[in-house]
Design a protein around this ligand. Structure first.
Ligand SMILES: NC(=O)c1ccc[n+]([C@@H]2O[C@H](COP(=O)([O-])OP(=O)(O)OC[C@H]3O[C@@H](n4cnc5c(N)ncnc54)[C@H](OP(=O)(O)O)[C@@H]3O)[C@@H](O)[C@H]2O)c1
Length: 329
């Protein structure tokens, strides 16, 4: 039994839970075959929603949030994982209905645990994290649907966010021409440094209203949803592929069938909480052909005590790249 520090959410008086920094013992963690001494956790939009009680992501308290973490196996009752193995856990129930990553230790079912690919350390893995996994999954699925660098430009919106930053990095590294769409004029240089060929300001987009507008994009990775996604459907080139990732701007999608039946556009739904065989494929790519090149520019490292401020920043759309929590001294 070991003592450790955690940021734990407790039932609040209204919808929002109350977060507290606490000392816990490993025997207070939930059941699972693998105990991980966590080195880094990534902070995601979903964690911010959960910590503020938005969308009822966590339904039972107390709970340690954090949908992803990486570190070293400290104890294992499963033959697949020896003590000392370097691993990452993201999704499944972590940080939602099972204690997650915002703590120095986590105990999880062995089926949730993925060995880190050769050559990838915990800090790099957590900087990639769910956002980088999602961006790589988008590229993988878009290419399975015919996207190639020669097909034309690929638009990435929510460009300064975690998914957007990593998508720009990976796409440009693969030879795609990337148009970044952002709400943050001040981050133009950051986006160019990641590999964007062009940066457009969200407020300056001429969206039009016709069911089919000028065909511009061969591909698009959309973190926004709402009007942005609707506009993308109207401006894709014939056979263009959209990966629908998020709803930072809205949940609705008001468009028509014309882009689908006249231009043959493809709209792919992206779910990062994928089955383990797909995770192995995508992490293999993340360690190889899609390995991000600008992780130092993308990573913003904090300590556990920086979490409340990080959640607030994410909720007001102020993210730049990835926030990672260094968990050990
Ligand atoms: N489907 C899945 O499995 C999956 C996986 C991961 C993430 N997601 C979702 O995907 C989205 C992006 O994730 P993330 O990790 O990149 O989040 P993030 O780091 O919080 O970034 C979101 C970005 O969206 C942009 N944005 C904010 N408000 C907006 C608005 N009103 N209209 C358009 N863009 C807006 C901002 O970038 P700019 O200022 O540069 O525009 C912001 O930095 C989130 O909604 C997240 O929940 C889904």
């Amino acid at each position: 039994m070991t003592e450790f520090r955690a940021y734990r959410l407790f039932q609040g008086s209204g919808d929002a839970p109350q977060g507290r920094f606490v000392t816990m013992r490993t025997d207070e963690l939930p059941a699972g075959e693998v105990l991980v001494r966590s080195e880094y956790a990534g902070v995601n939009f979903k964690d911010a929603l959960a910590a503020h009680g938005i969308n009822k992501i966590i339904r039972q308290y107390p709970r340690i949030g954090g949908i992803e973490f990486s570190g070293v196996v400290a104890q294992s009752a499963d033959a697949r994982f020896g003590v000392g193995a370097r691993v990452i856990v993201h999704g499944f129930g972590a940080g939602v209905d099972h204690d997650g990553g915002f703590a120095q230790y986590a105990r999880v079912p062995a089926d949730w645990v993925l060995p880190l690919p050769e050559g990838i350390g915990a800090r790099e893995a957590s900087t990639i994290g769910v956002a980088g996994y999602t961006a790589a999954l988008c590229i993988h699925l878009m290419e399975l649907n015919g996207l190639t660098p020669e097909a034309g430009p690929v638009l990435v919106d929510g460009a300064t966010g975690g998914v957007g930053s990593l998508a720009i990095d990976m796409l440009s590294g693969r030879g795609y021409r990337v148009t970044a769409v952002t709400g943050k004029e001040a981050e133009r240089d950051y986006l160019l440094r990641l590999g964007a060929g062009e940066v457009l300001l969200r407020d300056g987009l001429e969206m039009g209203k016709r069911p089919l507008e000028k065909a511009l994009w061969a591909g698009a990775i959309d973190s926004a949803g709402g009007e942005m996604l609707a506009w993308l459907t109207r401006t894709m080139q014939p056979n263009g592929v959209i990966a629908a990732v998020g709803n930072a701007a809205g949940m609705e999608l008001n468009t028509s069938v014309l882009p689908f039946i006249l231009r043959g556009i493809r709209l792919l739904g992206i779910v990062a909480n994928s089955p383990m065989p797909l995770r192995r494929t995508i992490w293999g790519k993340l360690a190889g052909e899609l390995r991000p090149r600008h992780l130092e520019a993308i990573a913003d490292e904090i300590r556990l005590d920086g979490l409340p401020a990080a959640f607030a920043r994410l909720l007001r759309g102020g993210a730049r790249g990835r926030t990672i929590v260094k968990l050990q001294d």
